[in-house]
Ligand binder design. Sequence first.
Ligand code: HEC
Length: 276
Amino acid sequence: MKKVIVTLVALMTATVWIGTQASPETDRAAFEKFFTQKFPNTPTADFVNGVYSIHAPSRAQWEEIEEFPPYELSIDAGKTEWNKAFANGKTYADCFENEGAVRGSYPYWDSDRKEVITLELAVNECRTANGEEPLKYSKGKMADISAYMSYQSRGQEINVVIPDDADAMAAYDRGKEFFYSKRGQLNFSCFDCHGGGAGSMVRADTLSPAYGHTSHFPVYRSKWGGMGTLHRRFGGCNKQVRAKPFKSQSPIYRELEYFLTYMNNGLVYNGPGARK
Ligand code: HEC
């Protein structure tokens, strides 16, 4: 453990950006520039491939895995769920247009409800509006439906909108603050590991760049032995620094998703994905 902490402390060179009164677009341009300058050999569009965009040895292994993708079963299971009628005879297609190819419209700010709506939240709201029980958010059937919808949406551009609404801006700022705040017993921010530390090793893992982080979820992770949603991953990363994780789809994780996906604007959705 001591060695891990020493490695981690060596990563803590990142500038903390909280409190700067920049517009989201200024933030996003600086974010993109940080990563494209840090990894000049990575084509911008390739950052959606996480650690494999910056680490050639693991990329080769991953490309082999992608030949028989471990998330395929999940897409199939999601498709079956998609086509299955609810007890009232309706289906998901009554809630979502375009055969479920709607990932590109999420997450978004709902100005009436004054909150961030993610795809997984909308899936459960579709269910409960039709008299069905909500699904658990981190894995299982929710990850399957999300995988199917992500697959249908492959190639859609990430284009999160922060409307001219003080409450939307405040939600974005809370997500941003969460991303740059140090937390847990190890006192690390997301950016310490996935910004300043991207490309360094922690235990057996090379740290991925945060740019591109939200493009490919849900993922099949061999460590999980199954599928997980983006918020499952957020929870795992909070636990790594021995901070208390928040619940999947809690307001703060939705705001973190809003901020982080905005940072990825212009990249392309390519989920579901496979990761170590
Ligand atoms: C102590 C270092 C550390 C911190 C702090 C940390 N993570 Fe991670 N994170 C990891 C490791 C290790 C992995 C697995 C290897 C990789 O893909 O980076 C990972 C993976 C991820 C992934 C999946 C990347 C992919 O391509 O699938 C996301 C998304 C992520 N982290 C988000 C976050 C967010 C958001 C925070 C802050 C709440 C955070 N992480 C904080 C270490 C960290």
